[in-house]
Design a protein around this ligand. Structure first.
Ligand code: CO8
Length: 257
């Protein structure tokens, strides 16, 4: 399928979703959000896809936020609908994806762009990346989950400092405060993310999915994360992957999941 603002391709079990609006530093307009939803659904149902990388086209930006130019004429009701649409995509299709989703942050990740990265399971950044939630400088606050997910990742004090000052931080600072998993030279970014995914693919897919769900439950009010972990742990005992993993360990060979 052809997309106007996204590139989508699958290679070696990885779905690559590249936000491609270089003229607006890959800002997420409504059309891009709709296309993001479509590609995520495509990746979800494709049995060949085992993991997803989200990145931005070009060398300057991952995603420089929601498209500010589209905000001008939005009513309160329309703003709410748009925020809800973003929440649905970021929470249900990215954070709750049974397949690992990694953000390869290749430049500016601002506002809704950083919120997109925050919804991913991991964030790897190039050394030139700049991160921030500058919404209060526009008279807004983060509207795609940033107030919650940034707080969960870096703690209340640091989240409030970033959100209230609207200041941008470097990738290195992001690494220091736990927002970024690893910082890499731009030329090495994609290779490293692919390497991490390949490592995950060598593990039990069933167990990986269960682990994502159990970790997600730690931040949910409607589920007891400890109970979710206990349930998944017990369920995994009857899977083929578990029998294979234990047998491989006992017979000193590599597992074949
Ligand atoms: N929206 C629309 N256009 C953008 C955006 C954006 N977020 N960011 C950059 N652009 C456009 C610029 O307008 C410019 O277009 P043009 O050439 O037509 O004037 C082009 O991209 C290049 O940008 P600059 O010339 O500004 O490039 P610089 O290198 O000088 O600056 C910056 C780069 C610092 C990234 C600067 O572009 C910037 O500050 N951008 C805005 C960043 C921002 O404030 N992002 C947060 C937006 S708000 C948000 O994300 C809310 C999320 C919650 C949504 C809830 C839905 C209801």
């Amino acid at each position: 399928m052809e997309y106007q603002h996204l590139l989508y391709q699958v290679d070696k079990h990885i779905a690559y979703i590249t936000i491609n609006r270089a003229s607006a530093l890959n800002a997420l307009n409504q059309q891009t959000l709709t296309e993001l939803e479509a590609t995520l659904l495509e990746a979800k149902k494709d049995h060949d896809v085992k993991g997803i990388i989200i990145t931005g086209a070009g060398e300057k930006a991952f995603v420089a936020g929601a498209d500010i130019k589209e905000f001008v004429d939005l009513s309160e009701a329309e703003a709410k609908l748009l925020s809800q649409k973003g929440h649905y995509i970021f929470t249900e299709l990215i954070e709750q994806s049974p397949k690992p989703v990694i953000a390869a942050i290749n430049g500016f990740a601002l506002g809704g762009g950083l919120e997109l990265a925050l919804a991913c399971h991991m964030r790897f950044a190039s050394a030139n990346a700049k991160l921030g939630l500058p919404e209060v400088s526009l008279g807004l606050l983060p509207g795609y989950g940033g107030t919650q997910r940034l707080t969960q990742l870096v703690g209340r004090g640091r989240a409030l400092q970033m959100i209230l000052t609207a200041d941008l931080i470097s990738a290195e600072e992001g690494l220091r405060i736990g927002l970024i998993n690893e910082v890499l030279d731009a030329a090495d970014l994609m290779n490293r993310v692919e390497e991490v995914l390949e490592r995950i693919f060598s593990r039990s897919g069933t167990a990986v999915t269960a682990a994502i769900d159990a970790v997600n439950a730690s931040n949910e009010q409607t589920r007891d994360g400890y109970q979710v972990e206990i349930n998944h742990f017990a369920e995994l005992f009857v899977t083929r992957d578990f029998k294979e993993g234990v047998d491989a360990f006992l017979t000193k060979r590599k597992p074949n999941f």
